[in-house]
Design a protein around this ligand. Structure first.
Ligand code: PLP
Length: 227
């Protein structure tokens, strides 16, 4: 299967999942996770209609950015070290992995220096797995409230990674909980947040995520590898 074939299949499955719960497939954004893909492979995906790419390591994103620049939108999806924010601040469309106040503070500072608002998602550690980053559910509301102190940050939604299991019901339960938080926060209408994106679902579980309300999926292997 070529990358173009993979993308066609992915889009079909996204449509199927969306339609199965009476949602418009057009409201679901695909972030192609290119962390293991070359710039050549990224270009193939662009030819097949993908415009948004996700990277999880700063150095790798920078080396690809040097080649492709702003011809595509770059999303930062991995754990972000505070001292590396300055390298990506003028290059990212959306940071999916805001998970601590010290990071918010640094993003805000660098955003102000660049005179631009930075869009972020708050990463939630739903399964409460110690190996994962993210805010615990019970701390989410106070964390979001605290972000009001950082005027150059726009909170655009939530990001979550499903539990590391093949138990579909366990995955579904997690995604459902994240969607409830997303909607609760949206209904609260805080001034500094605009709950637009619910980023959940990867190659293994994007169909479940869409059935549970994701409008942004982050898919790597299903695009760039034969699986
Ligand atoms: C790698 C990664 C993905 C994509 O995972 P695949 O299994 O390759 O689809 C999505 N989100 C995050 C945060 C990742 O690190």
């Amino acid at each position: 299967m070529s990358i173009a074939d993979n993308i066609r299949l992915l889009k079909d499955k996204i449509s199927k999942a969306a339609l199965s719960v009476n949602r418009d497939p057009g409201e679901i954004s695909v972030i192609a996770v290119s962390k293991n893909a070359s710039t050549q492979m990224i270009s193939e995906a662009v030819k097949a209609g993908i415009t948004q790419f996700g990277e999880s390591r700063v150095q790798e994103m920078l080396s690809k950015y040097r080649v492709l620049e702003k011809s595509v939108d770059w999303h930062f999806i991995g754990p972000l070290q505070t001292n590396k924010v300055k390298y990506i601040i003028d290059k990212v469309e959306l940071i999916h992995s805001l998970d601590r106040i010290s990071l918010a503070k640094e993003i805000n500072k660098r955003a102000e220096l660049n005179n631009r608002l930075i869009q972020v998602l708050v990463q939630v550690n739903l399964p409460k797995e110690s190996t994962k980053s993210g805010i615990y559910e019970e701390d989410l509301q106070s964390f979001i409230e605290a972000l009001a102190d950082y005027p150059y940050i726009r909170v655009k939604g939530l990001m979550g990674i499903g539990p590391n299991t093949t138990d579909e019901e366990a995955i579904r339960t997690c995604f459902r909980r994240l969607r409830i938080h997303f909607e609760n926060l949206r209904n609260k209408s805080f001034k500094h947040i605009d709950m637009e994106y619910l980023s959940m679902g990867m190659s293994n579980d994007y169909m479940i995520a869409i059935e549970e309300g994701a409008n942004m999926v982050r898919v790597g292997r299903a695009i760039f590898q034969d699986i």
